[in-house]
Design a protein around this ligand. Sequence first.
Ligand SMILES: CCCCCCCC(=O)SCCNC(=O)CCNC(=O)[C@H](O)C(C)(C)COP(=O)(O)OP(=O)(O)OC[C@H]1O[C@@H](n2cnc3c(N)ncnc32)[C@H](O)[C@@H]1OP(=O)(O)O
Length: 210
Amino acid sequence: MQFTLEDITADEIDRRRGVYGPLTDSVRDLIDAVIRTEVDAADIDVARRRIDEVVADLRSRQIDGSYGVRFNTDAVGMPWGNAVMGVRNAIAPPVRTVADREGVTAEFTLGAAYEGPAHHVHGGVCAMVLDQVLGEAAAADDIPCFTGTITVTYRRPTPLGALSARAEIVDRDGRKKIVRGTLSDADGVTAEAEGVFIVPKNWSGPSNLK
Ligand SMILES: CCCCCCCC(=O)SCCNC(=O)CCNC(=O)[C@H](O)C(C)(C)COP(=O)(O)OP(=O)(O)OC[C@H]1O[C@@H](n2cnc3c(N)ncnc32)[C@H](O)[C@@H]1OP(=O)(O)O
């Protein structure tokens, strides 16, 4: 597993977040608009051409491959391509997590782009969000862990809209951490998850990534 050290200050990270975050929000809004628009075919054609022009502008200078997981010398992480919470990833809902002494909580909204059953969240998306939140709970007091196994139990359909998730470590055994978590809407739990998260052998990245 490769990590990229960027020797930049916290202020520079904030500045970049301020530059890319709004761009990502606009693209997220574009994804939602593409799903829901009912404008005429001619207007769709114009929109497609305008989008293609923007894409060409952005691609005029770009990195090779994916963004990777970057961090600075103070171990402030920049997993900005992450599919669940990446600052530069419009596919990410985004899920924002907050760690406390017992675990991790996340509040987020899943709109039209995350639909599976009509007006409800795709089961794979539920699992994806739970994987991230359980993974962050596993890593809260240590170094990032890999998901070894995750089991999701879908109690009832998860409606699109405002949701939350919560995860806590319930057991530790050497490099393994057993983590449990839930996904909830305003009426309570919709899905539960349990995972085995494993600290990689011979870890060479930063400890206590923030
Ligand atoms: C802060 C960041 C949050 C990120 C959240 C997102 C997390 C992710 O999505 S990670 C991506 C998905 N996961 C992966 O790609 C992992 C792929 N698998 C692997 O890389 C390896 O199989 C890995 C790291 C899980 C285990 O490899 P390794 O460290 O060599 O395991 P190994 O030494 O054989 O076993 C160590 C222990 O773990 C157990 N174990 C190994 N693999 C698994 C598994 N898949 N499930 C459950 N337990 C396992 C073993 O039984 C062993 O237990 P014990 O010590 O009791 O005998």
